[in-house]
Design a protein around this ligand. Sequence first.
Ligand code: GLN
Length: 306
Amino acid sequence: MKKDYSQIISRVYADILTRENCGKVPDYIPELACIGENKFGVSFTDLSGFSYGAGDCSEKFSVQSISKVFALSFVYEKLGEELWQRVDVEPSGTAFNSLVQLEADHGIPRNPFINAGALVICDILLEICKDPKQEMLAFICAVAGEDSVFFNEKVAASEMQNSYRNAAMTNYMKSFGNIKSQPDAVIDLYCHLCSIELSCRQLSKSFLYLANGGRIPGSETHVISISKAKRINAILLTCGFYDESGEFSFLVGLPGKSGVGGGIIALYPEHYCIAVWSPKLNEKGNSYRGMKFLEEFTTQTAESIF
Ligand code: GLN
């Protein structure tokens, strides 16, 4: 019998709502600190197009680091394996904005999902695209099946004004020759990509290509090859939650990615994507309720990639 995902989602959503909402909305990007901390949305979309949502699932929020997955997909498909000369695929075991490993690693970031790695990806975008911002928006529109996706200029500006750490990383990597463009241009692109806004509904749809061997379901469009989709999913599993990646894998058992806007996307290859949004973050910078919801969801579905 087909599993009733809608019923499981409703049940788990109601259960999580009765529990305390712990954690903190980040204030180092001042614009993000204004978001209602009790917002809570969930959206599930499977490869057949069936979709089910709960709570604030249609409200757009700042996807922040989740956009690192779109940027990686775009660059990896264009550059191929040559990409890995500039960024590694090892879990860092450190915070998303940590600088400590860059010196020992000679300016090569541990993976594309920590800030240092995403900054290198942005640098590559500046090299290979005529108009990287517009090309990334077009890429996200294509995978999300939307006519338009926007940057939130206020959020981007708010982060730019407080980008001391990202500036430190970019300049440091430039000293090793691993950043080619001017650091300001790299940081500007990075902050804009982080500021993209999508709802849980849009997010759960936009990640289906990764659950579907790189192809947008219902179309012939291969966004990335099967092999690349498998590899990105592997990096999501090992690096998608910074120094909480092991914990996410242990408790949830799906590849996924978080952002400091409070969003989490997780995917079950060949089956579905599920997006959760709740702005309060735990001490590792991942959505507190998002983690709890997904842990309970995969417990109740009894499904994981393991
Ligand atoms: N824009 C955020 C930053 O660089 C993204 C971090 C995140 O979502 N984990 O700090």
